[in-house]
Design a protein around this ligand. Structure first.
Ligand code: PAF
Length: 270
């Protein structure tokens, strides 16, 4: 497995990958959710490229950029075990050689709701780094987790709207046996908080928005430290659900558990 830290090394590695190439973009701290993306990429293309970069652009000033878990050696071992051909793990200066970019991808109205409402600038940062990484890695396919459903939806939309020649593939959320969605941020949770966090997965599987809201309200009332941000029912495209709508929908929730902000979502059919 090639480990490239510079653009030149990445270009050389990419040039040596004939046939189809799939990319899995990560911020490291790899877990079973990433393993599922890498496994799907492995079967979906001749070669797999993974990127590991904690993107400062997508963290607000009061967010967890400094304490975000970093575990490069373990991540590289995980990539090797998953059959990854090349990893691009650039420094901040390599990724943003001119400093923070003045020009960023505008996510449009879909970027201002849900996560975008709670985390201003988040999707500008995500889409900007995703587009840069798509340009640098030139993949046929890119794999993203449904765990970050709004991110997946926006990446699909960006690729369609800006004519990026990459197929975007969504992979279902990987959960612990008790239902908790796998997330690098689960590392922040104490044992008590982890138990409280199960309210999110119970809510997204509650079967209706009213039942999800009741589940979260009960957790908020019973557990000091749980604070609900939103519980929303949308169409599969994250549009408001029209009156009398029948078809695929999505239940999305976000809540604070202690100092950790968690999100979850699940599909349902109306
Ligand atoms: O989902 C993530 O880990 C990040 O948002 C991504 C897509 C790697 C961009 O930094």
């Amino acid at each position: 497995m090639i480990v490239a830290t510079t653009r030149a090394e990445l270009a050389a590695a990419r040039g040596g990958l004939p046939g189809t190439v799939a990319v899995v973009m990560t911020m490291g701290a790899l877990h079973e959710g990433h393993a599922a993306l890498l496994a799907a990429a492995r079967t979906g293309a001749d070669h797999v490229l993974a990127t590991i970069f904690v993107n400062p652009l997508q963290f607000g000033p009061d967010e967890d950029f400094d304490r975000y878990p970093r575990s490069l050696d373990g991540d590289l071992a995980g990539c090797r075990a998953a059959g990854v051909d090349a990893v691009f793990a650039p420094t901040r200066d390599e990724m943003y050689p001119g400093g923070e970019p003045l020009v960023r991808v505008d996510p449009g109205p879909l970027g201002g709701i849900l996560e975008g409402a709670s985390r201003p600038g988040f999707f500008h940062g995500v889409l900007t780094v995703v587009l840069k990484l798509l340009h640098l890695t030139r993949p046929d396919r890119a794999y993203f987790g449904e765990k970050d459903y709004q991110q997946l939806t926006l990446v699909r939309r960006m690729v369609a709207d800006l004519d990026v020649p990459t197929e975007i593939i969504g992979i279902p959320t990987v959960r612990d046996p008790d239902g908790l969605a796998r997330s690098s941020r689960n590392q922040y949770l104490s044992t008590v908080e982890r138990a409280q966090a199960l309210a999110l997965s119970r809510a997204v599987h509650a079967g209706s928005l009213a039942a999800a809201e009741a589940e979260l309200a009960a957790a908020e009332a019973a557990q000091a430290g749980v604070k609900v941000d939103y519980a929303v029912l949308t169409t599969a495209d994250l549009a408001p659900v029209p009156e009398g709508y029948h078809g695929p929908a999505r239940l999305l929730v976000a809540a604070w558990v202690g100092t950790t902000r968690l999100i979850d979502n699940a599909p349902l059919t109306l």
